[in-house]
Write a protein that binds this ligand. Structure first.
Ligand SMILES: [Zn+2]
Ligand SMILES: [Zn+2]
Length: 310
């Protein structure tokens, strides 16, 4: 079968690879749409979690060999440890992600543990199904602040993760400011319901979502909190914390990371996708995937979310 293979740092290419074989408890999914994630654009140039040769792709939807239309939760956990038993498989110490630690979905077919299949609502397209994974990140991030009932919310970064945070915050009735330097991203944020857009973070907020993850955006996300507010960090650009620790102590501000989602949050995201505008996702054939990948990595295109359609 054909697959887009990450062959060496900075390189992806379309190759013929062996057909994947399902073991017990696994199924083969024919991939219909698979989103290119910002973490892949960054990760394939920096030596780290992804080891070539690798078929990436962890945001996807498709059809099983027996005809089920599914979105796939890409997070594989042990299912037995203390955290898995407490319904937190995303924190499992031995977690693995399809497309990072195992072959992913930039291919015609992919092997998936059966328990990770999430049935697509009948009226949901495969494109929308591929957006369930990023949406689930937004559902989880909101869950970390839900108990505070945040009203004034800021989202730093108007890429896919920033937009899903915006969408979920709006569903929950918040007044949302989206911050980004790129005017076309702020336009998308406005189309998707942002109450205000800005090129830098000003004002005071009950919760700030940092979907960039650089030292300066982290510092700003904490500085702009009201006393007792929470900064939720989803971005993974750089390791620097950036914030003023004394401010954290004196104002009881909180900072939490947000990574992945529970099975239930993934299912909630599939439901949410039914009534969400996903016109910011644009499809490309597998043959074009290598070019699209490089264009995105080089910042030569302003496509928010590119979907590969094998
Ligand atoms: Zn992703
Ligand atoms: Zn576990």
């Amino acid at each position: 079968m054909r697959a887009l293979v990450y062959t060496a740092p900075g390189h992806v290419e379309l190759q013929d690879v062996d057909e994947p074989v399902a073991n017990e408890g696994e199924v083969v999914v024919q991939v219909k749409a698979s989103g290119i994630c910002g973490s892949e654009l960054h990760g394939f140039r920096h030596v780290g979690f992804r080891v070539p040769p690798l078929v990436m792709g962890h945001e996807f939807a498709g059809v099983t060999t027996d005809g089920r239309r599914v979105a796939v939760n890409p997070l594989v956990a042990c299912g037995e440890c203390d955290l898995c038993r407490r319904a937190r498989p995303y924190l499992c110490r031995t977690r693995a992600v399809l497309g990072i630690h195992r072959p992913g979905a930039f291919a015609e077919r992919v092997v998936v543990p059966e328990e990770l299949l999430c049935d697509l609502p009948a009226d949901l397209s495969f494109e929308a199904g591929a957006v369930v994974e990023p949406l689930a990140n937004g559902v989880h991030a909101w869950g970390l602040v839900r108990a505070d009932e945040p009203e004034r919310v800021a989202v730093v970064g108007g890429g896919t993760i920033g937009l899903v945070c915006l969408l979920v915050a709006k569903r929950n009735g918040a007044h949302v400011t989206v911050v980004d330097l790129a005017p076309e991203r702020l336009e998308w944020a406005e189309r998707l319901g942002a109450d205000r857009t800005a090129v830098s973070l000003d004002g005071e907020y009950d919760a700030v979502f940092d979907a960039v993850g650089a030292g300066p955006t982290r510092a700003a996300s904490v500085a702009a909190l009201r006393p007792g507010g929470t900064a939720v960090w989803l971005g993974l650009l750089a390791p620097e914390p950036g914030f003023d620790a004394l401010d954290l102590v004196r104002m009881e501000k909180r900072v939490t990371g947000s990574f992945a989602y529970t099975r239930q949050e993934f299912a909630e995201a599939a439901e949410l996708a039914r009534t969400t505008d996903v016109s910011w996702a644009q499809s490309f054939p597998l043959e074009a995937a290598a070019d699209v990948f490089m264009e995105l990595a080089d910042g030569r295109t302003d496509v928010v979310k590119a979907l590969v359609r094998p």
